[in-house]
Design a protein. Structure first.
Length: 277
């Protein structure tokens, strides 16, 4: 069993039902963001799946200088605040710089550490000192065993609201592989584990000036991770992924989500029912 982490009325970890963390990769405009968030909330509610909205106000690690990054900190947080207030859902976004931490913590319920920053000790502790729940994406260059050190850095501040996310491991050039063993290894450290099904199929830098992806494998990996046993599922979704301004090749189409989530919920209920018995 893992510790539990509470975000508003949602409890993640131990033997609690799987939570969904989902939304578009980046804020494109207010209307699209609100529409996606509203639909996701309705889908999750229809299946009794706890839901947390995710997006990014700034994608600071895009492949190319010309890539769309988002509206930026101030305008982006305003949009996220709108989602939070209008839909009454917890919200998550990633933070990239020290100066973003305080303003972001005034809006976000979960502050996310990007994978590329997952070893940055000072940044990890600064985010943790906000007292908000911290979701750390395991770096593509790190073994699951090293996550114990990440947890130690965050927990050293007294903050026990820790989530750790598997998002794939570098496997040669421009490729990632999802090792399901890592979910078991990381969960044994005692904190809730999240599986990022979208970024696990990413092909980093695979298009030269942008990352590629293999959207067709998202559902397979999501079901597999659920069967292994996870506490939350992270997915990036869009109403029209092919026209999305960021990470289009690995975002899932919104209309395909209900069927997939029904399957995942059935798997999660089965696995966690066995844990109880």
């Amino acid at each position: 069993m893992t510790r539990t982490v509470s975000i508003n009325n949602i409890v993640i970890g131990s033997n609690n039902p799987l939570a969904l963390i989902a939304g578009p990769c980046v804020i494109e405009d207010v209307e699209v963001t609100l529409s996606i968030a509203r639909t996701l909330k309705e889908i999750a509610a229809s299946l009794s799946i706890p839901y947390i909205f995710k997006t990014s106000y700034d994608k600071a690690n895009r492949s190319s200088l010309q890539s769309y990054r988002g509206p930026g900190l101030e305008k982006g947080l305003e949009v996220i605040q709108m989602v939070k207030e209008q839909l009454s859902v917890p919200v998550l976004s990633d933070v990239h710089r020290f100066e973003e931490i305080h303003p972001a913590s005034q809006v976000l319920d979960i502050l996310q550490i990007p994978a590329f920053l997952s070893r940055q000790t000072d940044f990890l502790t600064a985010v943790a000192e906000t007292g908000k729940v911290v979701n750390v994406k395991k770096g593509q260059f790190m073994s699951p065993y090293e996550v114990k050190n990440i947890i130690g850095k965050v927990a050293s501040t007294g903050n026990q609201g820790i989530l750790v996310t598997e998002r794939g491991f570098s496997f040669g050039y421009n490729n990632l592989v999802a090792d399901m063993r890592s979910l078991v290894i990381m969960r044994d450290f005692g904190y809730p584990v999240v599986f990022d099904a979208s970024h696990s199929v990413q092909l980093p830098g695979g298009q030269g000036t942008a990352s590629g992806g293999q959207r067709q494998f998202v559902s397979y990996l999501a079901r597999a991770a659920s069967a292994v046993g996870i506490d939350a599922l992270f997915m990036e979704v869009h109403s029209n992924p092919d026209s999305a301004l960021c990470d289009a090749p690995n975002m899932l189409e919104l209309q395909t989500l209900p069927h997939l989530l029904k399957q995942i919920k059935s798997i999660d209920d089965l696995i966690k029912g066995e844990e109880v018995n």
